[in-house]
Design a protein around this ligand. Structure first.
Ligand SMILES: C[S@@+](CC[C@H](N)C(=O)[O-])C[C@H]1O[C@@H](n2cnc3c(N)ncnc32)[C@H](O)[C@@H]1O
Length: 282
């Protein structure tokens, strides 16, 4: 998977600055099928290690453009973050004056968020972003850092779009930040792509193109020569499929850029920020 200067992974150890854009956590043995228990994967230890203030996904050059763009898209209204996590984005967005609510599956991740923002500042509904309901309506729903790929089946991903639509007022926007699958790097017969090879760190994605799944493997070498492995399962989505999911939920694509700063999305782009909009509104 292609390293991207604007984003990189963070868990369960502090990231390499060129690390994969897909998020990572320890993967249990049974986690490679579509019924992986995400709630169990995002456990207390992963949550405790998630925040890396000032670096990685928390670096100002990553976070500031994200928050700037989301504040602009909220357009003075309320925002809902699906899979809010520890509030990496929600906390600075709320500080910017945008009222933010979250939906999140993992209580340990919410506990970390609560160390930074109380329930009155950022209310959070515990539940699945494909089905849970937060009191709305909202002007903006957003789902960043490739997290739609944590839903491991197409029906769940479609349901996630429908749930975003249910939460939005007419004219409301759903913003998704997602990698472009690095399938062009896979010659026939090969199923793995090294996305980063640094001293002390090796990142490999293994692809299952039949089921449209990938597993990110993050090997980190310790000074005694041992390796620590964390894996994360994903269902990857091509941008065109994402647009079709949006259409099924009643959205139109308003714009797609290569990054939060409005860079042009091209055939070479490694990820995208896509803005979908419901009809109606002012
Ligand atoms: C990589 S973190 C992203 C957190 C935050 N959005 C950020 O950008 O830092 C992924 C988060 O998705 C949550 N998650 C995974 N599947 C979920 C689901 N189906 N519904 C709600 N949250 C989910 C995990 O618990 C975790 O907090």
């Amino acid at each position: 998977m292609r390293p991207h200067p604007a984003t990189h992974a963070q868990n369960p150890l502090p990231p390499s600055p060129t690390e994969s854009t897909l998020n990572a956590m320890p993967l249990r043995q049974d986690a490679q099928d579509a019924h992986v228990d995400q709630e169990a994967l995002w456990d207390a230890e992963t949550a405790r290690r998630y925040d890396t203030p000032g670096t990685g996904m928390f670096a100002p050059e990553v976070l500031d453009p994200t928050v700037d763009r989301l504040a602009e898209l909220a357009d003075g209204g309320r925002a809902l973050e699906f899979a809010v996590g520890t509030g990496r984005v929600a906390v600075p967005l709320a500080r910017r004056g945008v009222p933010v609510t979250g939906i999140e599956l993992s209580q340990p991740m919410i506990d970390q968020l609560r160390a930074k923002a109380d329930e009155a500042t950022i209310p959070v509904v515990i539940g699945d972003m494909a089905t849970a309901t937060a009191p709305g309506p909202f002007h903006l729903v957003y789902l960043v850092f490739n997290t739609i790929s944590n839903l491991l089946t197409q029906p769940e991903q479609v349901e996630c779009f429908r749930n975003a639509a249910r939460h939005l007022a007419p004219g409301g926007r759903f913003v998704i930040e997602l990698e472009v699958p690095a399938l062009r790097k896979l010659p026939p017969g090969q199923h793995a792509v090294v996305f980063t090879s640094d001293p002390g760190y090796l990142g490999v994605d293994t692809y299952d193109p039949l089921h449209q799944h990938l597993t990110s493997h993050h090997f980190r070498y310790t000074e005694d020569g041992k390796a620590h492995l964390a894996r994360s399962p994903h269902r990857y989505i091509w941008p065109a499929e994402l647009d079709l999911m949006a259409q099924l939920a009643g959205f139109e694509l308003e714009c797609r850029h290569a990054d939060w700063e409005g860079g042009e999305f091209t055939a070479e782009s490694g990820s995208h920020v896509s803005v979908y909009r419901l009809p109606g509104g002012a």
